[in-house]
Design a protein. Sequence first.
Length: 162
Amino acid sequence: MRIWTPFLLGLLAATSLAAQAPSADKVAKSLTRIYGPGVQVDSVRVDSTTVLRISQGGSLRGFAEVRNVKGKDQPITHLVAIDSADRLKDIDILVYREPHGGEVAYDSWRKQFRGKTISAPLQVDKDIRNISGATISSNAVTRSVRQALAELTGWHRSGRLK
């Protein structure tokens, strides 16, 4: 995978949680897991947001965004990835800082987001399962994913992301 390490380090340093940001290697591994090996990543600025554009062999594979959302007391750093048809490809929890509720990082919980579009409710206890003992984290991550999906889809459909 060709990911520009200086670019990713710059992106991570620009986050409000720079001291606690995920490593560029962790973001690269997440993108490889989601999109497969051999992808190229570059960045696009839309408003105040840095979006990662993922391509392979000259073909657009999708877009991703690294986001932070407040859990009970600590931020949860996560990646939201969509495909070129604006469907959620996957989410990844990059840094989880709370003492409880880390189950939001488990594949068994994350997989329920895959394939969702902006027409899905993306709400805990509707189409997303709650995690007992991690209600705040479940709701926070779900809300952030819903917001990211709406933004990425809107920007892509309007031509601001290509």
